[in-house]
Design a protein around this ligand. Structure first.
Ligand SMILES: [Zn+2]
Ligand SMILES: [Zn+2]
Length: 281
């Protein structure tokens, strides 16, 4: 059984609609796929409706959190999407993301880049506008050679000239909300490195004590030594090792299924959840 537990669609910052993600997942030989768009469950109905035969769909979401000034991503699975407080908080994050994106575009305009709000919303194609879309707009204007170069102090990297912070949840708060909604919380890519914070063992231990169910081990941005360390840590803390491709369509070179989790991890995460069930047709 091949299980990819981390994917994105154009409902957040991926490039392909949920139906296409489901189709491509099947074509990639997957049996189970979780859709984990940033701060939204809006892609779930389409994913379920267009589920290819034989494929199991797991409803998920990747919640934007912040700890000590660092961005932290918390994956949530199998929660009740109608849970009022969780729905309110994810909506607040989404709304604030727009305010923040507008502010960053205005700073970029002041910096003479020529990037406009119209151009950025076009890049988002109806999805939640985020920094990846602004990065693509900057590249399209020829300000930078490729989108990844936007995430620096020069432009929209944290602390950058056009960077604006935004609303996010404390990870412990996110975990409590996810659990209250009957879901399971999994810490996303804690050792992705590069621009992101390498979350220390002690912090993961604290989150485990707050009710965290799992931690991503199998992620494209984790090298083999981090995977080994995280597997040990998960074992020590009683966390379920999890992961997935974190595919964003063309942005990540269509890599659905490049990372999978074990059936045992899958079963353990399902066992701990009560807010929703995997969907299979
Ligand atoms: Zn993430
Ligand atoms: Zn992700």
């Amino acid at each position: 059984m091949r299980i990819d537990f981390h994917t994105h669609s154009s409902v957040s910052d991926g490039t392909d609609p949920p139906a296409a993600v489901m189709r491509q997942a099947r074509a990639a030989g997957l049996d189970v796929v979780a859709l984990t768009d940033h701060d939204t469950v809006d892609g779930h109905p389409e994913a379920k409706r267009e589920l290819p035969p034989g494929m199991t769909f797991v409803p998920g979401m990747e919640l934007s959190c912040r700890l000590d000034g660092h961005s932290v991503h918390m994956l949530a699975y199998l929660f009740d999407p109608a849970h009022a407080e969780l729905a309110d908080q994810s909506e607040r994050i989404r709304t604030d993301r727009v305010r923040r994106a507008v502010a960053m575009v205005s700073r970029l305009a002041d910096l003479g880049t020529g990037v406009t709000w119209e151009q950025v919303t076009e890049m988002a194609d109806g999805g939640v506008v985020g920094r990846p879309h602004i990065a693509r707009a900057l590249a399209a204007r020829g300000v930078i050679d490729k989108p990844s170069l936007a995430f620096t102090k020069e432009w929209i990297g944290m602390g950058g000239r056009a960077y604006v912070g935004r609303y996010a949840l404390e990870p412990a708060h996110a975990i409590a909300l996810i659990r209250d909604a009957g879901g399971v919380a999994v810490l996303a890519h804690p050792r992705a490195g590069r621009d992101s914070w390498m979350i220390p063992d002690e912090v993961i231990a604290r989150l485990a004590a707050s009710g965290l169910a799992g931690v991503e081990v199998w992620h494209p941005d984790h090298d083999s030594s981090e995977r080994t360390r995280l597997l040990h840590l998960a074992d020590e803390l009683g966390l379920v090792p999890s992961g997935g491709s974190d595919d964003h369509g063309t942005l990540t070179g269509h890599r659905l299924g490049c990372e999978v989790i074990t059936p045992e991890s899958y079963e353990r995460l399902i066992e701990r959840s009560s807010g929703a069930v995997p969907v299979r047709i």
